[in-house]
Design a protein around this ligand. Structure first.
Ligand SMILES: Cc1cc2nc3c(=O)[nH]c(=O)nc-3n(C[C@H](O)[C@H](O)[C@H](O)COP(=O)(O)OP(=O)(O)OC[C@H]3O[C@@H](n4cnc5c(N)ncnc54)[C@H](O)[C@@H]3O)c2cc1C
Length: 446
């Protein structure tokens, strides 16, 4: 069962809406509003659309700054693709996943791989396998809200499995906050991944021909066709408020007047916009949700590192939690024959790695990559690009439902529709699309 914090589902009558942010949430919301004949203006601070799913160019092809794929059960994304008649662009394939533990690589794509997973005793392997079944038996996620992921996983699969598999993954993803992460977060991840499998238990993933940016452009084109306006390099710096109600926003010293405003950026950005218009208690609540930043090093290589698409790095001695060889899913032919590898790390934005210069980041991470792949050499590199994003991952702690803000705010006419409100699922473009659609369902053209 899914509950998003939109308990106040009262209809909103509006003839014009400003949407702040052109990520997947903002664009899917704008698309649905435009379909209803509502005048919609999307204002995006960056010079491109897509937010965290934004792209850059390698050999003339767009590729995500931060690796992206869908699971086959990402139904909101699939439905939107279908709605736009773009199914032929969807690529669905099995993917190879693996894990790096104790200086060794192990395949972990299907149940047979699991039975051969030597870092665990046979009992440990069975307990890890049984976790998938136990996850399905949880009928009410609320019962998990009082537990941390660490407590729940230890109970479900024992200390050995926790130490070898889960602790390094949680630490890699959440760093010092790993012990605070809610059992609901990991339960949902496991549940969703378990149901994105094809015959033989192999995980199937989905991607979009031309990359996520092509899909984003396709949605944006539809919004424009329906009369919507999308402006980039248009950061919203102020809200226009009259008699306790939002009547528009200011961007680039221009006022955009609207009956309602929906904000999709992270909660700290929204709290800033509401600074003059919200009570201290409310602003504190918005700021109580903590996030991690992310840094991705994207390597364009002359050679492939391995045949694995997604390699979890279960070793705290490495400064990244995963090595994702994108071109083991999408063909290198799309990128002029280059092999594309992401090295990813979630971290607090004050972390040294996040604040280092790009060259330093690359030097630092490459020395570690060479420890994993001794044959790898700098001469393989065609280009290395570093991308950073603040507020990439909300930290879903115990009793998260009590801190998630509702869509309705203290300011009449101003609504919040952000990834931090996605719960019990974790953020992702699929849920961003769903969230945008749900928000739009409350709007009625006046
Ligand atoms: C490393 C990494 C890997 C990921 N991998 C996947 C994956 O494989 N699959 C998947 O589905 N999802 C993945 N995600 C998650 C996915 O990218 C996000 O869940 C999704 O893109 C969030 O969309 P959004 O629109 O809610 O937020 P955002 O993308 O953050 O959009 C908010 C927008 O608001 C804009 N904005 C901010 N302030 C202002 C302002 N004042 N005025 C105007 N505009 C403003 C921002 O520039 C941004 O464009 C990943 C994320 C990361 C960081």
């Amino acid at each position: 069962m899914t509950v998003e914090r939109m308990t106040n589902d009262a209809l909103i009558h509006a003839s014009s809406v400003v949407v702040i942010g052109a990520g997947f949430t903002g664009l899917s919301l704008a698309y649905e509003l435009a379909k209803k004949g509502i005048e919609v203006t999307v204002l995006e601070s960056q010079d491109q659309l897509g937010g965290l799913a934004g792209s850059f160019e390698i050999n003339g092809a767009n590729i995500e700054k931060f690796y992206h794929h869908w699971f086959t059960n990402d139904l909101a994304a699939m439905r939107l693709i279908e709605d736009l008649g773009l199914q032929s662009n969807l690529i669905i394939k099995p993917s190879r996943t693996g894990i790096y533990v104790g200086n060794n690589f192990f395949k972990l794509s299907n149940p047979v791989d699991l039975l051969r997973f030597k870092p665990l005793s046979m009992i440990g392997r069975i307990r890890l396998g049984l976790l998938t079944l136990m996850v399905r038996r949880v009928s009410d996620w609320r019962a998990l809200e009082s537990k941390t992921a660490a407590e729940w996983l230890r109970k479900m699969c024992g200390d050995e499995v926790y130490k070898v598999v889960w602790e390094p993954l949680l630490r890699g993803k959440f760093g010092n906050a790993a012990e605070d992460v809610s059992a609901v977060w990991i339960w949902n991840k496991l549940k969703l991944r378990g149901s994105s499998r094809g015959k033989g238990g192999k995980e199937q993933l989905a991607y979009y021909q031309g990359g996520f940016s092509s899909f984003i452009e396709n949605i944006a084109d539809e919004i424009r066709k329906l009369g919507g306006v999308i402006l980039t390099q248009s950061a919203v710096t102020e809200l226009v408020v009259s008699e306790g109600r939002v009547t528009g926003v200011v961007s680039n010293n221009t006022s955009f007047i609207a009956d309602a405003v929906v904000a999709t950026p992270s909660l700290p950005v929204i709290a800033e916009l509401l600074e003059k218009h919200g009570s201290q208690d409310y602003l504190e609540k918005l700021r109580s949700v903590k996030y991690l930043a992310n840094i991705c090093i994207v390597l364009e290589l002359k050679r492939s590192l391995s045949s694995t698409y997604w390699l979890n790095v279960n070793d705290p001695g490495f400064p990244f939690v995963a090595v994702i060889e994108h071109t083991n899913f999408a063909s290198p032919d799309n990128y002029g024959g280059s092999h594309i590898v992401y090295l990813s790390k979630y971290l607090p934005e004050q972390n040294e790695l996040f604040t280092m210069g790009d060259d330093e980041v690359v030097d630092y991470t490459l020395s570690h990559l060479k420890r994993m792949f001794p044959e790898f050499g700098r001469e393989w590199i065609v280009s290395a690009t570093v991308w950073r994003a603040k507020c990439s991952q909300p930290i879903v702690s115990k009793w998260y439902s009590s801190v998630v803000p509702e869509a309705d705010t203290e300011l009449a006419g101003f609504y919040i529709n952000t990834m931090a409100q996605i719960y019990p699922e974790d953020r992702g473009t699929n849920y961003a699309i769903r969230q945008g659609r749900r928000m739009a369902s409350r709007f009625v053209k006046s």
